[in-house]
Design a protein around this ligand. Structure first.
Ligand SMILES: [Zn+2]
Length: 259
């Protein structure tokens, strides 16, 4: 007999973004699913000992989720979650935990419910592996560049966003209003701007030329990687018009490493 999949269920690889207590016995779990974007599911009985979820539902673990979709409430039922990867090494340092939570949050911003972004999902999953290996800033810079590319927000750093003139010089002025660099003629004091070094621009252009699955090969000097991460975090917040909750902790971590 041939069994057709039940359309009421979503089965997808998923990463756990948040887990909140819902009742004495249950959690509400926010998941980034590979196929359907962010989904919220009630995990009934998950707080009970000997539940089928025991030890499976933890922040930033990746696994196979089965979700019974309840379109009327938006709060679905998580009926199964079998963990495939726990990224345990992420928990060893505060900086890698912060970077991982930031990456998961912005990947979720780019993948609202019903708009699964499998390439962004795979990028996040590889980035978590890379962050667990300890190379925080370089792995995060790679993630940020490819997140911007995959979501269609990658600025052209070679030319003025206003007039198209070639951008030259050791320092590049980037306008958050124009989502790109501005030349001396087009820069205005009213603009919300930041300045980045030519070296960081070259890092970003180099990362952008790599395939999104190339995360394992990146090597960037530490200070330059931190400058790149700090700039890209601002560009991502401007592109999505939302300041991630993990932005400030991330900026603090990047500044602390400098000292
Ligand atoms: Zn210009």
């Amino acid at each position: 007999m041939f069994l057709t999949p039940d359309p009421r269920y979503v089965k997808s690889d998923a990463i756990i973004l948040r887990r909140t207590d819902y009742s004495e016995t249950s959690y509400v779990v926010a998941l980034l699913t590979r196929e359907q974007g962010v989904m919220h599911g009630l995990a009934k009985g998950a707080r009970r000992p000997k539940s089928i979820f025991e030890g499976e539902i933890d922040l930033l673990t990746r696994g196979q989720a089965t979700i019974l979709v309840r379109p009327r409430t938006g709060l679905h039922l998580l009926t199964e979650f079998s963990c495939r990867e726990r990224y345990l090494a992420l928990r060893k340092s505060a900086d890698s935990t912060t970077a991982a939570l930031y990456a998961a949050e912005v990947a979720a911003d780019a993948s609202p419910e019903g708009e699964g972004q499998p390439e962004i999902y795979d990028l996040l999953s590889e980035t978590l592996t890379r962050l667990a290996e300890g190379d925080t800033a370089a792995a995060l810079a790679f993630f940020q560049v490819h997140l911007l590319k995959l979501s269609g927000y990658m600025p052209n750093l070679g030319e003025c966003a206003v007039c198209g003139a070639k951008i030259e010089g050791a320092q590049v002025v980037f306008s958050f209003i124009h989502s790109g660099p501005t030349c001396a003629q087009c820069s205005s004091e009213e603009d919300r701007c930041t300045t980045i070094s030519r070296a960081a621009v070259s890092v970003i252009e180099g990362l952008a030329r790599m395939p999104a699955s190339g995360a394992a090969r990146v090597r960037i000097p530490a200070a330059l990687a931190r400058e790149t991460v700090t700039f890209l975090a601002g560009a991502i917040a401007a592109a999505f018009e939302r300041e991630p909750r993990m932005l400030r902790p991330l900026m603090k971590a990047m500044a602390r490493r400098k000292a």
